[in-house]
Design a protein around this ligand. Structure first.
Ligand SMILES: [Zn+2]
Length: 281
């Protein structure tokens, strides 16, 4: 052991694990103060290792680390919460895996990740407790995580005319790439004819783009879906999942939140594809 390496005491969630050799494991740990930390846990998979419970995926634990140039070495780890209920269903475990992968990608080393860590802890606790529908937990995480990461949409009213209630009825559209709402009436006036003509001249699966090359992407909402999304963005994070979505709003909310996160990240996730293959409402 190099006694000159500084010791770091921190607390965080294990986002990712990779076994190395027969006894070692690499961890990615999300902390509030230090962002994401890569940890080499030497010998942690030995039967006699007391740190193993704290070095499992989803574990929330206190870590004592020694800082090195590329990553930290694990000295000690004490489990605080294992979220055991997550693994009681394959759907819960699949969803938690996807959300940890997304959190991994949306955070970086050395940054302030307090908000993302709090969101992730609330999410893992809720999946583990099984108190809320998984589609609702998933959508709330996706939208809130995007907002925390700098992609906060403005869902206060139509970005074109400023209306807060849709004059065309129960219909607002989410302008995904610009992070704003367009009411149905403004959509018909400003976009619909243009998009219909453009779509008619494009091969299938080719995205519509504006003159700057940015994809033009709208998702239809209804009152229930929009209210749910506004709740997710503007409520106290401690009450992140205390809302409901009704009827068709479930599908619209689910589609809008997922599309919003994936198009700002710029790709999909294998863990998401697996979760969706299991998903039931
Ligand atoms: Zn409008």
């Amino acid at each position: 052991m190099n006694k000159t390496q500084p010791v770091l005491n921190t607390r965080g969630v294990v986002l990712r694990t990779t076994d190395v050799g027969e006894r070692d494991r690499m961890l990615t740990v999300l902390t509030a103060e230090h962002g994401k930390i890569s940890v080499f846990a030497r010998g942690v998979r030995k039967i006699t290792s007391g740190a193993l419970p704290a070095c499992q995926l989803f574990a929330y634990a206190d870590f004592t680390l020694r800082r090195a140039s590329q990553y930290c070495f694990l000295n000690e780890a004490t489990i605080r919460e294992t979220f055991l209920g997550i693994s009681s269903t394959i759907e819960g475990a699949a969803l938690a895996s996807y959300l940890c992968e997304a959190a991994d990608e949306l955070t970086y080393e050395g940054g302030d990740s307090a908000q993302m860590l709090q969101l992730l802890l609330n999410t893992l606790w809720t999946i583990s407790a099984g108190t809320r529908p998984l589609f609702l937990v998933k959508g709330a995480f996706e939208l809130r995580a995007a907002a925390i990461s700098g992609y906060q949409p403005d869902l206060g009213g139509c970005a074109a005319c400023g209306c807060e209630t849709d004059p065309a009825g129960d219909r607002f559209l989410l302008d995904v790439m610009n992070g704003r709402l367009i009411c149905g009436e403004c959509y018909d006036t400003l976009y619909r004819v243009h998009l219909d003509i453009a779509a008619a001249h494009l091969p299938p699966n080719v995205p519509l783009c504006d003159e700057h090359g940015q994809q033009i992407l709208f998702r239809r909402l209804n009152t229930s879906a929009l209210r749910a999304m506004q709740y997710v963005l503007y409520t106290d994070p401690k009450r992140q999942f205390s809302f409901s979505v009704e009827g068709e709003g479930i599908l619209l909310f689910r589609d809008a939140c997922e599309t919003y996160l994936l198009h700002h990240v710029g790709h999909g996730y294998k863990t998401l594809s697996f979760y969706k293959s299991l998903e039931t409402l």
